[in-house]
Design a protein around this ligand. Structure first.
Ligand SMILES: Cc1cc2nc3c(=O)[nH]c(=O)nc-3n(C[C@H](O)[C@H](O)[C@H](O)COP(=O)(O)OP(=O)(O)OC[C@H]3O[C@@H](n4cnc5c(N)ncnc54)[C@H](O)[C@@H]3O)c2cc1C
Length: 481
């Protein structure tokens, strides 16, 4: 009988011993969630007199770092006093019983503190709103998501124990023989893997926005028509979700729903948003209206509009407007494409440029114009200026399309983030189906599934920062009592 020594290391184990490293914390993902976790951990540890070691594992190059966050406008749903709008939150929470009320009441409570923390870490937040009706008071990060990424990364780089590992992708989690997470297997740019041992692991690797296989699996046929709204999303391939479920972690959020927005499909620029519907008309490729364009404000309507265009209209519709609409102060904010609109001096000429049925289009516009009621048009509030007598009425901001030149911009749905993801508790710990935390494992940002039915806008970065920071602080509390 051949007897093998129990202690003899294999070749793989020897290679691992030579290349592996060990950290107090490994964070996967260099977006708002991951950077907030790393920074929260470093700050909380420093308060306890500890200078821990942290590795931030990031799939992209350094030049491209920041995931979706890098491309984000970073509107945050707080008013100038720092209050997270309670009415909007309640409306959203009431829309589906699956919502995690504890999570959102904590977000509401900590929203103010999170914005102050962003400011304390070099991020400027201002409160200049566009001149159009909005459902809530928003603050906006000056310089957008890139400025947040640069500010937070600079703070982290200022801590001696921190390291950014770019072009390094997390492949799977390691566990000890009792199920505690003990590290992350990563793959470097040369294709070789190694294990980063870690006392704590935070996953903040976004959703599956850049993975068409998973989008099709969860959202269904034709999900591949929904392109990413910005380049950073291509790195988010559902790895965090896979790694968590592989070790028994649970999921939450509505997997067959995405946050989408309407963009110009002709454009190759990031986020060529088409937001003007409330102040003009939408028609599909059959030249028919299909939605009450004035039912919500531009940011309130956009997700539903884009989803409807994808689901019911072969992912193509047109925002139609005239010279009067184009003259609205701030119109360029509503129409962010870099490709010129289709144009005509008559409705028929515009139809020809759009390549749609001119007679049908002309009838749709004529019928709409006839139905417009008297009233004072005011783009800054729901003005009640509506239509009367149409199969699909327009509830606000209805004005006839009558001043040439007539214009149209095509719109298709593009994905901003997934609704479904992994399940966490209010301490940002990843939990199993019965709510038991998996020891040493935390998650934050879009990877954590929280949304059902509707995303109200301006809460994704805020929640990524808030719960990323919670993950970092919780981990430090646990390690350095
Ligand atoms: C154009 C645009 C506008 C937006 N506007 C707003 C807004 O105004 N307000 C708002 O609140 N939200 C907005 N959002 C949404 C918001 O920006 C994101 O939902 C949020 O920033 C996501 O942060 P995150 O940290 O979860 O993910 P991300 O920022 O996407 O970071 C995830 C990171 O993980 C990395 N990664 C993925 N897999 C791996 C792996 N296996 N190994 C290593 N690294 C990996 C990725 O490369 C990426 O850097 C917008 C998004 C876009 C694209």
């Amino acid at each position: 009988m051949r007897v093998q020594s129990l202690n003899a290391p294999t070749h793989e184990e020897i290679t691992n011993l030579m290349t592996n490293e060990s950290f107090d914390m490994v964070v996967v993902g260099c977006g708002a969630g991951g950077l907030s976790a790393a920074l929260g951990f470093l700050e909380e540890s420093a308060e306890r007199g500890v200078s821990p070691s942290v590795a931030i594992v990031e799939r992209s190059t350094e030049a491209d770092r920041g995931g979706a966050t890098r491309w984000s406008w970073v509107n945050v749903m707080v008013d100038p006093d720092g209050t997270v709008d309670p009415a909007i939150m309640e409306r959203v929470l009431d829309s589906d019983p699956a919502y995690d009320r504890e999570y959102f009441s904590l977000l509401r409570k900590l929203g103010h503190e999170s914005v102050d923390w962003m400011k304390a870490n070099g991020v400027s937040v201002s409160h200049a709103a566009p001149p159009f009706a909005m459902e809530s008071n928003y603050g906006a990060v000056e310089g957008g998501g890139l400025s947040l990424i640069e500010a937070f990364a600079a703070r982290i780089e200022g801590h001696t124990g921190s390291r950014f590992l770019y072009q390094t992708e997390a492949v799977r989690l390691t566990q000890d023989d009792q199920g505690r997470v003990s590290g992350v297997v990563v793959r470097d740019a040369d294709g070789l893997t190694r294990t980063l041992a870690a006392k704590k692991v935070v996953l903040a690797s976004g959703g599956f926005e850049g993975n068409y296989e998973m989008l099709t699996q969860y959202v269904g046929p034709r999900a591949n028509e929904i392109r990413p709204v910005a380049p950073g999303l291509k790195y988010n391939r559902g790895d965090g979700l896979r790694m968590v479920t592989e070790i028994g972690g649970s999921t939450a959020g509505q997997f067959d729903m995405l946050h989408v927005e309407l963009v110009d499909p002709r454009s190759t620029k990031p986020d060529p948003g088409v937001f003007g519907a409330p102040y003009g008309l939408m028609v599909n490729a059959d030249a028919e209206r299909f939605i009450d364009e004035g039912s919500r404000t531009f940011e309130g309507l956009n997700e539903k509009l884009a989803w409807t265009v994808w689901r019911d209209h072969d992912n193509l519709a047109y925002f139609v407007y005239d010279a009067e609409t184009e003259a609205l102060p701030g119109f360029e904010f509503l129409n962010q494409t870099d490709v010129p609109p289709f144009e005509g001096d008559t409705i028929e000429e515009l139809a020809a440029a759009m390549n749609i049925d001119a007679a049908k289009f002309s009838a749709t516009i004529h019928e709409f114009n006839k139905a417009v009621q008297e009233g004072e048009f005011d783009p800054s509030r729901p003005d009640g200026k509506c239509t009367n007598g149409l199969a699909i009425e327009k509830s606000n901001w209805a004005r006839p399309i009558q001043q040439p030149p007539f214009k149209a911009v095509p719109g298709s749905a593009a994905i901003t983030f997934c609704f479904g993801g992994v399940r966490t508790d209010t301490r940002a710990r990843v939990v199993t189906g019965n709510g038991t935390p998996i020891p040493n494992l935390y998650a934050a940002g879009v990877l954590t599934g929280v949304w059902y039915q509707e995303y109200p806008g301006a809460l994704s970065v805020l929640r990524s920062v808030t719960f990323g920071r919670i993950a970092g602080r919780e981990a430090a509390n646990d390690l350095f009592i």
